[in-house]
Write a protein that binds this ligand. Structure first.
Ligand code: SAM
Length: 424
């Protein structure tokens, strides 16, 4: 833990700057005695994004020179032991490797000036589906380049991922010692871009390339301690400064676009988080995953896919009507994709006419095998289908199948309207 009580030391005017080039600002506008331990930034992409009066369409040489100028100034302003994290598209990082990341002279020899040392390339994969492309795979990742100056500490085990097999005896032992999970991999899934619908909402007014706070906080937690200075020389919406204040660090930011002044945070907004975290964070391990995005883990649950489907079918009748429909359709979709649309499956050449039963009915036959007796009875009752209480399981299943067969043509036609269930 840092031993400062920084709350009184931070102010918008001293730590947030707009309308000035960061390579200049970092020389004179970082308050004396506050050397950043972490630079965390998402530089311009040079792809023509809208940054107000600041051009995002520079000649490539000019673009690389500007980045190098800013990272040189960051190096000079940084603490003797510090981190730099640069977030950008992988191919843009690739193109700048010899000029910005590991700068070399024109003849290929390393540049003399002291500079950041490359440590690791991390890939952030986000669940995105935009923009679609007819010729390429959908863009859904960015590179995070980790560089260091001196020998800074990094507690890579502060934010961890859940153990895959927490019920294992050896893992249980680790957990009883207070360990929560293994370190993260060098690819980070499940953190979404800032969107109106995600936990990281876009700012109002929106601004190009706003970074999600969950991602920023992860890096801040791992590389700094409460009270440290965290700086962003391409601050945009000042998302890094806000994430720093949320985690009880002193955030410093600068952006050349004067319009970004409206995003400057005030300490009053952040005081509650700031005080809370400062006292709470110890050298413990934490998760930063959102339970809504953590996928169900079959391995951990000790259940195979077939049993999972069985459980879902068994619980189906308990759900509200609309959820019954969607769950049934989803189960059908899974089966259909894997049986009929899996490119690695051998074709089965089923003839619908000869069988007198369509592929879908075949599927239902299999699924009906999984439905418990009580549930079948309830479905039949719900649809006023007469049956005898003492019928055998196979007779009940037969009756349900007969009923489904009757309604299949209608069901198939109305699927998109989301109105009918397979049992209606
Ligand atoms: C990709 S955006 C950063 C967005 C930011 N990460 C956020 O979450 O809002 C890059 C920013 O760099 C700024 N910029 C470009 N050149 C600059 C320079 N030399 N000094 C300071 N800011 C600069 C642009 O105005 C733009 O706002």
């Amino acid at each position: 833990m840092g031993d400062r009580t920084p709350i009184s030391e931070w102010s918008t005017d001293e730590f947030c700057h707009s309308g000035i080039d960061s390579s200049v600002a970092m020389k004179s506008l970082i308050p004396d005695g506050y050397k950043p331990k972490l630079f965390l930034t998402d530089p311009p992409y040079n792809l023509g994004f809208d940054y107000g009066s600041v051009s995002d369409s520079l000649e490539i040489e000019e673009y690389h020179k500007m980045l190098l100028r800013v990272f040189d100034a960051a190096y000079d302003a940084a603490d003797d032991n510090a981190h730099l994290f640069i977030i950008n598209y992988p191919e843009i990082v690739g193109r700048m490797w010899d000029t910005v990341i590991e700068p070399k002279n024109k003849n290929g020899s390393p540049r003399k000036k002291k500079f950041w040392t490359f440590r690791q390339w991390i890939t952030w994969c986000y669940p995105n589906n935009w923009p679609p492309s007819k010729t390429k795979f959908t863009r859904a990742s960015r590179a995070i380049i980790w560089m260091t100056k001196g020998k800074p500490e990094a507690n890579v085990k502060q934010i961890v991922q859940p153990y895959r097999n927490p019920w294992d005896r050896r893992v249980k032992g680790l957990m009883s010692e207070g360990k929560k999970g293994p370190a993260l991999y060098d690819w980070w899934p499940q953190i979404d871009l800032c969107k109106n619908v995600s936990t990281d909402k876009v700012t109002d007014p929106p601004y190009s390339n706003q970074m999600p706070e969950v991602l920023l906080r992860r890096i801040i937690h791992i590389t700094t301690k409460p009270g440290d200075v965290v700086a962003d020389p391409f601050a945009g919406t000042f998302s890094t400064v806000k994430a720093a204040l949320h985690t009880s660090r002193l955030g410093w930011g600068c952006d050349m676009n004067p319009d970004t002044k409206i995003y400057h945070p005030t300490i009053e907004e952040y005081k509650p988080y700031y005080l809370d975290i400062f006292d709470k964070i110890q050298d413990e391990q934490w998760f930063d995953i959102d339970p809504k995005t953590e996928p169900f883990n079959f391995e951990r649950a000790g259940i195979d896919a077939e049993n999972m489907i069985r459980a879902l079918w068994a619980g189906l009748v308990e759900l509200p009507r609309k959820q019954q429909t969607n769950l049934a359709l989803e189960l059908e979709r899974l089966e259909d994709y894997s049986n009929s649309w899996n490119i690695n499956e051998q074709p089965s050449f089923k003839n619908e006419d000869e069988d007198g039963v369509s592929m879908n009915l075949d599927l239902f036959k299999q699924l009906i095998e999984l439905i418990p007796r009580d549930s079948i009875k309830r479905v039949l009752e719900a649809h006023n289908i007469e049956f005898k209480k003492n019928w055998s399981d196979s007779k009940l299943k037969e009756e349900l199948f007969r009923f489904i067969e009757e309604i299949v043509p209608n069901r198939k036609n109305t699927v998109t309207e989301q109105e009918s269930t397979p049992f209606e």
